[in-house]
Design a protein around this ligand. Sequence first.
Ligand code: HBI
Ligand code: FE
Length: 290
Amino acid sequence: MQTQPEGGFTAPNPHRPAETAADFTITQAWDAYTPEEHDRWRRLFERQAEILKDRAAPEFLAGLDALAIAADGIPDFRRLNDELSRRTGWQIVAVPGLVPEAIFFDHLAHKRFPSTCFIRREDQFDYIQEPDVFHDVFGHVPLLSNPVFADYMQAYGEGGLKALRLGTLDQLARLYWYTVEFGLIQTPQGLRIYGAGIVSSEGESRFSLESAEPNRLGFDVRRLLRTRYRIDDFQETYFVIDSYRQLFDATLPDFTPHYEALKTLPELEPGTVLASDRVFTRGTGRVKRH
Ligand code: HBI
Ligand code: FE
């Protein structure tokens, strides 16, 4: 029986079957995509490729190229996996939507990226709250071809399993949010985007780099673990890394000392700037709603 998820579709969707395996994986059913769905991918791709050519991190753009993620249509995961496994040993596994945290982290810890395979509806073209195949594949998969970033994702998955045991997931999830989803990186050409939540959004691709409203602050892992985030609007603060190596090095050690320290430190609101922050830009603080 087909349940009716928040997405609101009524017809059975072969890319969101009700039945899944214990690890929530499904098959992509690539042959079942309609011409309209491939065309929607193509239009999303072309719009973002144009915006991102001088805004995205060079490693992201290189990953799109290397994996031949293109305007042709929704990629076949079997083909992507051949390329990806040769480069970094990662695999994409298809899932129907958000999966439980323990499942999600276990996949990452084993170099499997859980990707949705349904594509947003036409009336969700500009914005969809839950991940779809455009967000997951266009947004997340290119950097999984980068060996250092790929190792960071694996280390994050292992950290996630540990945080579940320690009861510190609320804090660790902030690291994913402010790096994997909404991260900026410093390059010789200026700030560039690497976060999947930004690169898959037209509005936030411009806003994150060009708006005077948000703060752009240097990455500091303990600071970041304290910082709440908003899921309903563009970010009030973006954190800027110097390199993927910096991310990996910060994530490899055991976080127990961070979690201990956090017990006596107050949480920070998304827009807070501390005297100790490395400030790239201080925002005007008026964040517009999309
Ligand atoms: N499931 N498919 C999917 N994609 C995610 O990004 C995801 C998830 N389950 C849990 C989860 N993310 C979060 O717990 C992490 O972002 C921390
Ligand atoms: Fe995501």
